[in-house]
Design a binder for this molecule. Structure first.
Ligand SMILES: NC(=O)c1ccc[n+]([C@@H]2O[C@H](COP(=O)([O-])OP(=O)(O)OC[C@H]3O[C@@H](n4cnc5c(N)ncnc54)[C@H](O)[C@@H]3O)[C@@H](O)[C@H]2O)c1
Length: 370
């Protein structure tokens, strides 16, 4: 089951391939095949550009010496996913003289992918974007599915567009420089795919913990491919999130409440990052499901054991009030007509949307009294 190179086909109205394996940043022939015209803009951030941008640009130029290339670099971090930096990317396209057949290469994590994808969606009403994700989270989640956006002070991802990439190149060798905590955050999202719809993948993750945490290229490529397949098949059936796509949010309503209540995690603080908050959120969703009689408690225990084995948190951080967290959950975009609408599960591999959850059942779960 372990191959270092894998390809996942994404079907639908705008099909594309996700290539997964080591060394893809240097595969100029494959990358340049998507540059239809003469102009290419590489968008990256201040951590990733010094590590990989030159290699990507050299590879592109070796394959296509006629390409006119420019580079636009954001300061690393979520604080850069703004309209101001979006404007910077647009200015860079204008300075390049990019025509409608230009191609944007998004080299970085989800912040770069979302902003560069949105700039590509808008320049001349839409030019091509090729996603080159360099975090595990962006390989298994944000580079797939075509959602692009920037944040505004009123909220995250409020301005954006659906703009599927022409291709995705997930170079697993780039994960060698990613901090271990970011790897674990990505693994939380990988575990989510097993938990929501694929019990065999869940079992595989139980068995393959050590190679995955050791950065084994074959194990990582398999984990990324299975995750992308899961996301791609759901997104192909429900591209605009009218139904089934909501299942991808298993653990996210609880997780977002934790993230907002504690302040976002980041460099220099101990707050849970997104993947860690999702890990806790999945445990809370499983605990609530068992409490409501929807799922066996043993499945919650198996989920907790798996997350702990991957070094992920499974409890609400101390000091967060259950009432305050419930207040945050009431503001979730998935709620309809003031009713709490949550993604819960019937057990490992069987998530479902529950439209009207009784708040009185949620509070004890948030208080750790499952
Ligand atoms: N579009 C979607 O469907 C979707 C889905 C999930 C998340 N997102 C978005 O993704 C963003 C989070 O993405 P992320 O977790 O990748 O964060 P990120 O892009 O901020 O990257 C995390 C950190 O890792 C650094 N980094 C990236 N690759 C590296 C590498 N190979 N080596 C060393 N350092 C590296 C970055 O500079 C950054 O400091 C959020 O803005 C979120 O809203 C979008």
């Amino acid at each position: 089951m372990k191959h270092t190179m894998q390809t996942v086909h994404v079907h639908g109205a705008a099909p594309y391939d996700i290539h997964i394996g080591p060394g893809l940043v240097g595969d100029g022939g494959a990358l340049a095949a998507h540059a239809r015209g003469r102009h290419a803009l590489v968008v990256s951030d201040s951590h990733v550009a010094p590590l990989y941008a030159q290699a990507l640009e050299d590879a592109l130029l070796a394959a296509r010496s006629d390409l006119k290339l420019a580079r636009f670099v954001l300061p690393a971090g979520e604080e850069s996913k703004t309209l101001a930096h979006f404007d910077g990317a647009i200015e860079a396209l204008a300075a390049l003289g990019a025509t409608r057949d230009a191609c944007v290469f998004a080299l970085g994590g989800g912040v770069v992918g979302d902003l560069a994808g949105f700039a590509a969606a808008c320049w001349m009403r839409g030019v091509d974007v090729v996603q080159v994700p360099t975090t595990l989270l962006s390989m298994v989640d944000s580079s797939v599915g075509g959602k692009t956006a920037v944040d505004i002070p009123q909220g995250k991802n409020l301005v954006g567009a659906f703009h599927p990439p022409r291709a995705v190149f997930a170079d697993t060798a780039t994960l060698a420089t990613l901090p271990p905590r970011e790897i674990r955050a990505g693994l939380a999202e990988v575990i989510k795919y097993g938990a929501l719809g694929d019990p065999l993948f869940f079992e595989w993750l139980e068995a393959e913990r050590q190679p995955l945490l050791d950065g084994d290229a074959g194990a990582l490529a398999t984990a990324i491919a299975r995750s992308c397949e899961a996301k791609a098949s759901i997104v192909a059936r429900d591209p605009l999130e009218k139904g089934e796509r909501a299942l991808l949010n298993l653990g996210h309503t609880f997780g977002h409440a934790i993230e907002t209540e504690q302040g976002y995690g980041g460099v220099g603080n101990d707050n849970l990052n997104h993947g860690e908050a999702v890990a806790v959120g999945m445990v809370l969703a499983a605990t609530l499901s068992a409490r409501l009689g929807m799922s066996p408690a043993e499945d919650t225990a198996r989920l907790v054991a798996l997350l702990e084995a991957y070094g992920l948190p499974t409890r609400v951080p101390a000091g967060l009030s259950p009432e305050a967290l419930l207040g945050r959950m009431r503001l979730d975009k998935k709620n309809i007509a003031g009713r709490l609408r949550l993604v819960l599960w019937r057990g490992i591999g069987q998530a479902e949307v529950v439209p009207d959850v009784d708040e009185a059942q949620v509070l004890p779960v948030l208080a750790g009294m499952g």
